[in-house]
Design a protein around this ligand. Structure first.
Ligand code: BTN
Length: 266
């Protein structure tokens, strides 16, 4: 069984702070919970909480994140961002994942608004971004990322229609250490740089659902359908409803497959 090699990870890192402190567990309930406890205990910015397997991995909107051992990447970064950096995280996270995967594998990645990473119409990575804010002060942010690397989806038929992995797409195993290092290298570059317009342009350029008919879960759980017309520099999506009005969504989930057929995502 292949274990994660932290020496290889360190060797490939080009960051100054991201991933320079690593807390590694072979198995954990969720990296997000340990990262929160570490953040409460003054863990330094850039602390990486990494696990080989999760027993209670979480996705967005109360879903679970399938996290078997020896195959994928599950990690949470502890950040202490400025308000400005926090507002950019929603774009930085998927862009860094997409660029990291493209650096370390032959894959070409798109972003499904707001921050899922897709390859050929299937999800290869997702992220949870939690923050703890006290007035104007951001105490910390937790960026939890799952990337499907050597995931044999034939063993998980319940998600095989919607999810993919490096192994599934390329037919060969990817290096988890190389992918993680490449994601962290790209992440730190975007996080440290104060170049919001370029970030926005790069993120928008990868969106796969602009101009498509989509459905979004509103805050109260109702589903809103419409045409994903455009995105604003804040990252908000402008959705044109069937009655012609335009609604703005700052976060949401485009996850109703029959409204967004796989061929439209390619
Ligand atoms: C989603 O797309 O629904 C978000 C998935 C986030 C999964 C990662 S795996 C590491 C971290 N720990 C968790 O429990 N979830 C995130």
């Amino acid at each position: 069984m292949e274990t994660l090699d932290l020496a290889v990870l360190e060797h490939r890192l080009e960051t100054s702070f991201l991933g320079r402190r690593v807390i590694y567990r072979e198995s954990i309930d969720s990296t997000q919970d340990l990262a929160r406890a570490e953040a409460e205990e003054d863990a330094p910015e850039g602390t990486l909480v990494l696990a080989d397997a999760q027993t209670a991995g979480r996705g967005r909107q109360g879903r679970s994140w399938v996290s078997p051992p020896a195959s994928n990447l599950y990690f949470t970064l502890v950040l202490r961002p400025s308000i400005d950096q926090l507002t950019r995280l929603g774009m930085i996270v998927p862009l860094a994942i997409a660029q990291g995967l493209e650096t370390a594998t032959p894959l070409v990645c798109g972003i499904k608004w707001p921050n899922d990473v897709f390859v050929k119409g299937k999800k290869i990575s997702g992220a949870l971004i939690d923050s703890d804010i006290d007035g104007d002060i951001v105490r910390f942010a937790l960026v939890g990322i799952g990337i499907n690397v050597n995931f044999d989806l034939r063993l998980f038929p319940e998600i095989a229609d919607t999810a993919t992995s490096v192994l599934t797409e390329t037919g060969t195993n990817g290096s988890r250490e190389a992918i993680l290092a490449a994601v962290l290298n790209a992440f730190e570059t975007h996080y440290a740089a104060n170049r919001a317009p370029a970030l926005f342009t790069e993120w928008r350029g990868r969106l796969i659902n602009l101009g498509k008919r989509v459905a979004i879960h509103d805050y109260d759980g109702t589903v809103v359908e419409g045409l994903a017309e455009s995105v604003k520099e804040s990252g908000a999506l402008l959705l044109k409803l069937d009655d012609g009005t335009v609604r703005e969504f700052s976060a949401g989930q485009l996850n109703i497959p029959n409204l967004l057929p796989a061929r439209d995502l390619a």
